[in-house]
Ligand binder design. Sequence first.
Ligand code: GRF
Length: 218
Amino acid sequence: MTERGAKVGSVLEPARLGVLLSGRGSNFLAIHGAIERGELPARIAMVVSNLPEAAGLARARELGLPARAIAHRDEPSRHAHEQKVLATLEEVGVEWVCLAGYMRLLSAELVGRFPRRIVNIHPSLLPAFPGLDAQGQALEHGVKVSGCTVHLVDEGLDSGPIVVQRCVPVEDGDTTESLAARILEQEHEAYPEALRRLLTEPWRLEGRRLVFGRSGVA
Ligand code: GRF
């Protein structure tokens, strides 16, 4: 998987990212910051939100990035909404899709349009606590460590191959909010790191294990 990691001359061709979000967009901003600092050979070709009022979308516009609201509530069906999102991504030649707090499930069709090129971040150590309120689930379960996972997206819920994970301790006095804040700090490092590695290093899938490095090389 080296098309985007391949060198063109001696310069890495920046990958064209599409970011999908539904909320405040702090992970989107972490990715943007890494690009601006030259740490990620990518550019954000489009930011799409299914919620026009999402703070992340406003921030993208302030930053002068291409940004579009495609409100799911204005569409007659899930399929119709997704087709619009897909057309928008394809229109600007998006190569990698980054889910950054996007609160919609993707269909198998959309996943199939970007094979192994859709990345998500989830605020738990998957496969523990997929789905909504992962931090609340972790507290409720009584785990002593939690964290975040950056993974490739497949048709399941938070179920694709793991790229990067980061751990944080769960403290006795934690609330969902305090744990979420501790995890979020790690998310902001983990997401750019995972993208950087996917874009610049050779990697492959062995079953569901994502392995960095060339085949046969430790
Ligand atoms: C993050 O906790 C992320 O792990 C989850 O949704 C939240 C999005 O936060 N998928 P933000 O919008 O990136 O600030």
